[in-house]
Design a protein around this ligand. Structure first.
Ligand code: PSV
Ligand code: MN
Ligand code: MN
Length: 389
């Protein structure tokens, strides 16, 4: 491929990518120490949709919004989805929430008491009803379940209870629906999390069948974990359902995607592309919160970070890399990857964006739009939007 056709292929690939925004990122959030409420944040799911539409207008690649139930509870989900469509959006992944109820102190679907397990399963099935009403393809399952002390509960029995609930949800899925099982090493459980790693998630998904896929939340690993290795492996096994992108420096997993380690995001995107995962079957989602920074521009920035990492990964010269690998030239192979990573792709991504009818500089365009001032003036009172663990 000549230089110019390579660049236009990269641009075309970039224009086909979509990044899903999380409804909860538009709302107030914080740590267990303090929530610094911001003026102008959404008071309703519809106002979250309005903000998401803003992100899409400026970036051109964020047409879907993930909902979190019950944070986004409404009486009529089909009507909410219709209003999303009027804004040029679609409802994306439905995120279940079995972690914010007093009953779940000792777990949800793995709780020792069958009545609590039934309640949790009821919520998961209700989330599939929401998918039916909204036309959403994916159900994301994250469980805060686990134990804090050795001996607190039977680790293996909890796996059995989990498998039972997952099987019941799987049964309920329609032909075009999937369940994405998310793992997280620790927090809020501090001794044994019930789905702590990709291996546990993979083992459950493998038993369930094709519609059960693993979701990789980039913030959910032990420090030093080679996440791109996990990505490569899951892709080989056809079990990578998607990503919750975010970054973290220590334990909190909710900073902007690409902020902590842009090189890691590039390496992940390289494996996605290399492994044939750069398709609509891989959900590229953000899962983050903006505690001290302005929310909408932070979400725009995160979308841009994902795009830039993707553009660099798309620029890797596969032919040169293959030749270097085959000849065992370690340094040359590494240099091929580094050349791509070191490329300033910002002009290229800006061009792709303008070709989509969006803005070359989305953050500047957002600030110039006056939208931020408008929502501060209009959205007075109301309740704080929730956020996750
Ligand atoms: C848990 O840390 C998690 O990553 C899950 O995806 C939750 O649904 C989400 O955060 C809530 O923000
Ligand atoms: Mn997540
Ligand atoms: Mn998380």
């Amino acid at each position: 491929m000549t230089g110019r056709s390579a660049v236009s292929a990269v641009k075309a690939a970039l224009k086909s990518q979509t990044v899903e925004t999380p409804s909860w990122a538009f709302g107030n959030s914080g740590t267990r120490f303090k929530v610094f409420a911001q003026p102008g944040v959404p008071r309703t799911p519809d106002e979250k949709l309005a903000d998401a539409a803003r992100v899409h207008a400026h970036t051109g690649v964020a047409p879907t919004v993930a909902l979190h139930i019950p944070w986004d509870r409404v009486d009529d989900y089909a009507a909410l989805a219709a209003r999303a469509r009027e804004r040029g959006l679609r409802v994306g992944t439905i995120n279940s929430n079995v972690f914010q109820d007093n009953d779940y102190k000792l777990g949800s679907v793995t709780h020792p008491d069958a009545a609590v397990r039934r309640k949790a399963l009821g919520h998961l099935l209700e989330c599939v009803d929401v998918m039916d009403a909204t036309g959403s393809r994916d159900l994301k399952l994250w469980f805060s379940d686990g134990t804090n002390y050795p001996g607190q509960d039977d680790i293996s029995a909890r796996q059995g209870r989990l498998a039972e609930a997952l099987a019941a949800v799987y049964e309920r899925l329609g032909d075009d629906q999937r369940m994405l099982l998310e793992y997280k090493l620790f927090e809020p459980a501090f001794y044994a999390t019930d789905v702590p790693d990709w291996g546990t998630a993979y083992a459950h998904c493998l038993k369930l069948g094709e519609k059960a896929q693993v979701v990789v939340d980039t913030g959910h690993h032990a420090p030093g974990t080679n996440i791109e290795f996990i990505v490569a492996l899951l892709l080989r096994e056809k079990k990578l359902g998607g990503f919750d992108f975010n970054s973290r420096f220590y334990a909190d997993d909710d900073l902007m995607a690409g902020a902590a380690d842009p090189f890691q995001l590039f390496r992940i995107m390289y494996e996605v592309i290399r492994g044939g995962g750069y398709t609509p079957e891989t959900a590229f989602m953000l899962d983050q919160c903006h505690n001290i920074e302005e929310k909408i521009p932070a979400i725009i920035r995160s979308v841009m970070n994902v795009q830039e990492a993707t553009a660099k990964a798309l620029l890797v010269d596969a032919e040169a890399l293959g030749a270097a690998q085959r000849s065992g030239d370690v340094l040359a192979a590494n240099a091929v990857l580094m050349d791509a990573f070191d490329t300033d792709v910002r002009p290229l991504v800006a061009e792709a964006r303008t070709e989509l009818g969006a803005d070359a500089d989305p953050v500047a365009a957002y600030h110039a739009s006056g939208y931020g001032e408008k929502i501060v003036a209009e959205r007075v009172g109301g309740t704080q939007a929730g956020w996750g663990a």
